[in-house]
Write a protein that binds this ligand. Structure first.
Ligand code: C5P
Length: 302
């Protein structure tokens, strides 16, 4: 038997970051929107836990036990007192180390795939608990849609979205490490003396209305100065997208993928074409959001 799960990428339409906490994490008000770029995780029984990966960025994906997919299988197996002997195959389309929760997607995907393969019957709450142990963004990868994440981002509240948003994503020539971007945020003193992060009421209203102009006017990313400090060339990509007619341009999460909101599909195609021709990025993709969370798309009985 094998089980395949499809999991979306995310963009943060608001990422409000508080000062560093004693445990090293930062309190967030993190408004996640899942977008239609997907990884697929296929699990099959095997002699030993093993991870393989295909896709243009596959060479950058760790295949050892540090891979979130492997850690998810181990965590679920440990909870149910069984062996995590499975082959996890990742068909990767989400950029690696890109600020779009690609690693988190693989963790959530492997968890749901193993749960289905093993018939553990874990509750949604149990799966979400394991996701939160794996990483701050992993619960959202399971849930999808749109949600406000508080705490370190793992405590989710689903959000209403009243329409489809059209996005363009520009992939950078190299990755950025999330911990490094948070360290740079601290070094720049970005969190010093600021109040506790809260979600913007106007932004939540814009999402609920499905209004791209209102959303464009309210998006924000407190990690953007830190990402730009570590990767100054991203400013050129942001400028190229704005010049091509994007309603707004921002760094996605901890970056370095940049995200451009367009008014409609046609405008997204125009922005995508201009970005591809600008020479300021490695690849360009369009995608719409919200997208569904981790979903079983195929079960094969051998
Ligand atoms: O939770 P996750 O393992 O994905 O976080 C990766 C790193 O990102 C953490 O070790 C920490 O350095 C940083 N982080 C943070 N505050 C958050 C989430 C992540 O400082 N709320």
């Amino acid at each position: 038997m094998s089980v395949t799960v499809r999991v979306p990428a995310k963009v943060n339409v608001q990422l409000a970051v508080g000062p560093a906490r004693p445990d090293g994490y930062h309190d967030l008000a993190n408004v996640f929107l899942a977008v239609g770029l997907y990884d697929e995780v296929t699990v099959t029984p095997a002699d030993d836990l093993r991870v393989t990966c295909e896709g243009p960025d596959a060479g950058q994906v760790p295949l050892d036990r540090t891979n979130l997919a492997a850690r998810a299988a181990e965590a679920l197996a440990a909870r149910y007192g069984r062996s995590p002997a499975v082959h996890l195959h990742i068909a990767k389309d989400i950029p690696v180390a890109g600020g779009m929760a690609g690693g988190s997607a693989d963790g959530a995907g492997a968890l749901l795939a193993c749960d289905t393969l093993w018939g553990t019957g874990a509750s949604r709450e149990e799966l979400l608990d394991i996701c939160a142990e794996l990483g701050s963004d992993v619960p959202f990868s399971l849930v999808g849609g749109a949600a406000l994440g508080t705490g370190r981002g793992e405590q989710l509240q689903p959000l209403e979205v009243g329409g489809t948003f059209h996005w363009v994503f520009a992939m950078a020539g190299r990755g950025l490490s999330t911990p490094a971007v948070f360290r740079e945020f601290d070094r720049l003193g970005e969190g010093t003396g600021i109040p506790a992060p809260v979600a913007s009421r106007d932004l939540l209203d814009a999402l609920a209305k499905g209004d791209p102009d209102a959303l464009a006017a309210t998006v924000s990313n407190d990690l953007q100065p830190a990402a730009l400090s570590l990767f100054p060339e991203l400013a050129d990509t942001l400028a190229a997208g704005r010049a091509a007619g994007a309603l707004t341009a921002l760094v996605s999460g901890s970056g370095p993928t940049t995200a451009f909101l367009a008014r409609d599909a046609q405008s997204a195609a125009t922005v995508a074409q201009a970005l591809a021709a600008s020479g300021t990025c490695r690849a360009v993709r369009t995608a719409t959001g919200p997208a569904p969370g981790a979903t079983v798309v195929h079960v094969a009985h051998a």
